[in-house]
Design a protein around this ligand. Sequence first.
Ligand SMILES: [Fe+2]
Length: 97
Amino acid sequence: MTSLSGWAAEASARHLASTLPRRWRHVQAVAAKAKTLGRLVGEDADLLVASAWLHDIGYAPDISDTGFHALDGARWARREGFSERLAALIAYHSCAS
Ligand SMILES: [Fe+2]
């Protein structure tokens, strides 16, 4: 069974790795950092890592819509069936309002 963060990593790679390699490297680094912090958030550790994988997915050319990557990423996450909570973490990362 694939974890939520596993699904998120695959989706992130699929949408970012070839089209936005610098962004992809950044996302990989953020996910690695999130993994080190996971124990601080207990049962939300996998959700934290999943949100790290997906936080910038709204930059992907095939996902970008409004041009506001946090919003576009969150809207994509909802369309893909990810939870409201994960979509909210994407929408509001970096204190986006
Ligand atoms: Fe980022």
